[in-house]
Structure formats: C-alpha cells, structure tokens
Design a protein. Structure first.
Length: 291
C-alpha cells in the first residue's frame, strides 16, 4: 500500500468509529428514558462529559482559548444542550429507527448552515438537493404517522438544526483549535449550566433506573457527547474533511441496525428505502460545487 494512502485509510477508519458511536445515540436515549426524564438526561450527560473533558484538558495542559469563548458557548448550546434535549423529547413518542431516518438529513443541514454562517456559496444544484432531502424526510414522517405531523418529528427537526449549527461553529473553531479541544472547551464553558440544571431536575428526573438505564446514560455522556467527537474530528483532520465526511451517510443505517438489535424494533422495507433515498440525496448534495 502506498504510504500516501495510509493516512486516508486511517482517517476513514476513525471517522467510521465516530459514526458508529453517534449512531447508537438514539437507541441509547430510548433506553435511558426508561429511568430518567429527558431534561435530566440532557443536563447530566453534559455534566459527566464536561468532567471527562476537564480531565483530558488538564492532562495535556491545554491553555484556555479566551478569545474563542463566544463561539465555544454557542457551539455548546447547540450540541451540548439543544440536540440532546430535543432528541430526548422526540424519543418519547417516536421509535429510534424512525428518528435515525429523519436525522439522515443532518449532513445536508450542516452544509446549509455552513453556507449561511461561514459564507460559502453553494450552487443551485446544492439547494435543489436540500429541498429534495427535506421533502423526502417530511414525506417519510407523515407516512409513518398516518399523514399527520407529530410532535416527535418537530422535536427531531429542532434537534437537527441545533446539531447542524453546533457542528458548523465547532468546524470554525477547529481552524484554531484541534477537534477534541473544541468540543472539550465547549463542554467546559457550559459546565456551570450543566451542573445547575442537573441539580434542579434531579429530584423529579430520576425514575427508579436500573443497570441498563445507568449504562445508557454513561454511554450518552462519555461516548455520544465526548468520545465520538474525538474519533470523528481526528478522522476529519487525518483523512480530509470532504472524504471522511462521506462516512456519515452510514449513520442512519447504524441507528437502524442498533435499534433492531437493542430495542427489538422491526425495520420495514419502507424505512430502509427512505433511508437509502435520504443518503443518496445527501451524497448528491455533497458533490455540488461551492464557490
């Protein structure tokens, strides 16, 4: 194997590990909800991940990037609070497999917000793909719900928007900080809110959890909120953003597979077809030119 190909393969492997970690987030949220409220999950997972981030930053003696504080706080609101809160609320009323398909449009939403926030100028073809992808997701959602828009789908849309904005802000920060530092400092600067929120909702947010619920909460804290970003950002840095980002197209299918294995959800042919359609449209959108 040529030496030049090794970094690319390593980047793809690390990116795939990150996608697998993220792909288990919705099923793990479903399990955690059996013992905790959505808001306790949101704040507690953030608080635990923040402590892990503090330890990592202390070990590597990373200085606090004071001038990036506003961007770090904004990114934290999106990925530390927004996505977890909205997706946890959604998982109370929709299956994890359903959510996995709806969130399949997240890579395209991230590109849209990159254009709006970061000043990139996508081609008309890109915007056409964005409209098509949104239309497919809406059609899937209303077909699954008897041609009615359910609250769970609205919360999933809010989760996707929050995550997409957070991803863009983290990507901008990665031009000045390494990927793991960006998510670590975003967790640290929002830690006071995480801790206060955990203490406030704890009395009413803990519902006799068992071992499975505690394990799910630990996974959401240490893997979905922290560890997954380490692998994902490292993969993007080593293998190239455009190349490794394509791996995220597999995330919907990872969620479908884990939902079937852990939750026993039955995945019909229609769900698989819509997941393939969303992945195809996102792939087309990523091929569109930017100026």
């Amino acid at each position: 194997m040529p030496f030049s190909e090794k970094p690319q393969l390593l980047g793809l492997l690390l990116g795939l590990i990150g996608v697998v970690i993220f792909g288990a987030t919705l099923p793990m949220t479903h399990i955690a909800l059996q013992g905790f409220s959505p808001f306790f999950i949101t704040f507690c997972r953030a608080a635990i991940a923040s402590i892990a981030a503090m330890v990592a930053l202390a070990i590597f003696r990373r200085p606090f990037p004071r001038r990036h504080l506003p961007a770090l706080f904004g990114a934290g609101i999106g990925v530390v609070f927004g996505f977890p809160a909205f997706s946890s609320i959604a998982m109370q009323t929709v299956p994890a497999s359903h959510g996995g398909v709806v969130l399949g449009v997240l890579p395209l939403l991230t590109s849209i917000f990159a254009a709006l926030i970061d000043g990139e100028r996508p081609s008309p073809f890109f915007w056409a793909c964005g409209v098509a992808g949104a239309a497919i997701v809406v059609l899937f959602s209303i077909r699954q719900n008897g041609f009615q828009v359910e609250p769970g789908d609205v919360w999933l849309l809010a989760a996707s928007i929050s995550a997409a904005i957070g991803y863009v802000l983290l990507a901008r920060l990665s031009r000045h900080l390494s990927g793991w530092e960006a998510i670590s400092w975003a967790l640290v600067v929002t830690f006071p809110l995480s801790l206060i929120g955990t203490l406030i909702v704890a009395p009413s947010g803990i519902h006799a959890p068992g071992g499975a619920e505690f394990c799910a909460l630990a996974y959401l804290s240490l893997m979905s909120m922290f560890g997954g970003f380490i692998f994902w950002n490292a993969g993007l840095a080593i293998g190239g953003i455009a190349r490794v980002a394509q791996v995220q197209l597999l995330q919907s299918f990872v969620t479908l597979a884990i939902s079937t294995t852990l939750l026993g959800e039955k995945i019909g042919l229609e769900t698989i077809i819509f997941a393939l359609l969303v992945a195809f449209v996102v792939w087309l959108g990523r091929k569109a030119r930017f100026s």
